[in-house]
Design a protein around this ligand. Structure first.
Ligand code: SF4
Length: 407
């Protein structure tokens, strides 16, 4: 099989991993055996560098052959898909070729498990080592880590990769044992824990110019959404625990894609893609806006699909509002629908010099329709009864397919 055909197969097989993409924009469904819904050219995905820049990565698998039989995975051992496998040199050459042509700024490399976890991990490490040491490759490298592999291999991977990731796969251990019985939740957590220790050591050594760099972009993980019956609350509880226990940079949420000849334990349809999007918004609220899981996914445990979780919280807590923009604390302002972190920080700076008015808010490019019902300004006060009325919900509900991440 020529390299181009391998690239077609192994780039297509890699696109179900969300850890190298922002929230999806199209539905994914792999039941035709090839998968649809790719939002990018063959093998190219977009990710964010540690400095916040959006970068293009070559996103491929070493191989889509796998010894394991995770029920939700199109590449599982019992799947009928065409298999392909790159050699280490082929991945290195492709990466360098794409990089020199300016198609990509880095590589995202994962793999099905062949022969053994150690052997597979060794292959991934060999690619990264060769790129860095033999070719002086300065681009970004994200390597998937195989949890059961020897910890020394993971440590070596961190010497060459910018980011390492280990997929927890499912929100609960019960879900993992039901749908991926060969995977061991404890091994996944152990590997994350070891990585956390190694990352903290590397951070402490950073002042020493001779200390080796170790995965400067940290570690991340991915959870599949909608393959088991976990509620959004369970998913977010797991995320909060992962962020707290392992200092992850990101938890990625990937809506389950139906696969050919699927097990009866799996749902027939993918969850609404909006669910994935709402989870990303909720994740943001947990990490940067001071919300707790209970506050945004209490009750029945599911995030509303029609409005974003911050607006949903505000509508349930109308007694909190309206807030005086010139007197409210940072924590309070962060809870105003439509006010993002940057806007809040700018308000705090601006109001040191003079009172913030409606025009100032407009200059911050916030959505006035979303913010004004919840705030008081020297030249604005919400109409009497507006906050209590039912019309407010209808007024603030966005058109059905809106995908804005603005919080
Ligand atoms: S280990 Fe499981 S999820 Fe990963 S490629 Fe193999 S079957 Fe798929």
């Amino acid at each position: 099989m020529d390299v181009r055909r391998k690239l077609e197969i192994l780039a297509d097989a890699a696109k179900y991993d969300a850890s190298c993409a922002s929230s999806g924009t199209e539905k994914r469904d792999a039941r035709d055996g090839k998968g649809i819904g790719s939002t990018e050219g063959m093998g190219i995905c977009h990710s964010y560098a540690p400095d916040g820049r959006c970068i293009s990565l070559l996103k491929i698998l070493m191989t889509n052959a796998c010894m394991y039989d995770c029920l939700y995975c199109v590449n599982r051992a019992s799947s009928n898909v065409q298999r392909a496998r790159f050699t280490v040199d082929e991945v290195v050459d492709l990466t360098l070729d794409f990089y020199r042509r300016n198609y990509i700024e880095g590589l995202f490399l994962s793999s099905g498990i062949i022969r053994s976890p150690d052997y597979t991990m060794e292959q991934l490490v060999r690619v990264a080592r060769k790129l860095r040491l033999e070719h002086g490759f300065k681009g970004y490298i994200h390597l998937k880590t195989i949890p059961d592999a020897d910890p020394d291999l993971t440590t070596e991977a961190g010497l060459f990769a910018d980011r390492l990731s280990i997929n927890v796969e499912l929100p609960t251990e019960t879900g993992l044992s039901a749908l991926a019985p060969e995977k061991d939740a404890r091994a996944i957590r152990r590997t994350m824990g070891n990585l956390r220790v190694r990352l903290e050591e590397a951070k402490a050594e950073r002042k020493n110019p001779k200390a080796p760099r170790f995965a400067p972009a940290g570690q991340s993980t991915q959870m599949i959404i909608g393959a088991d019956g976990s509620t959004d609350r369970t998913i977010l509880d797991t995320s909060a625990n992962l962020y707290g226990s392992y200092r992850l940079k990101r938890v990625y949420y990937s809506a389950f894609s139906p696969i050919p000849d699927a097990s009866r334990s799996l749902p027939l349809a993918a969850p609404p893609l909006m669910r994935e999007h709402r989870l990303y918004q909720a994740d943001w609220l947990l990490r940067f806006y001071g919300f707790s899981v209970e506050e945004i996914a209490g009750g029945a445990g599911m995030l509303p699909l029609d409005i974003d979780p911050k607006l949903a919280w505000a509508l349930q807590h109308r007694d909190w509002f309206p807030l005086d923009v010139n007197r409210a604390s940072r924590e309070q302002l962060l809870r105003v629908p439509g006010l993002g972190k940057k806007a809040v920080d700018r308000i705090l700076v601006a109001r040191r010099h003079r009172a913030v008015r409606s025009d100032d808010l407009l200059r911050l490019r916030v959505s006035p329709g979303k913010v004004l019902p919840f705030v008081v300004l020297p030249d604005h006060r919400p109409k009497l009864g507006l906050l209590d009325g039912e019309q407010l919900v209808a007024k603030l509900r966005p058109p059905a397919r809106q995908m804005s991440l603005g919080l």
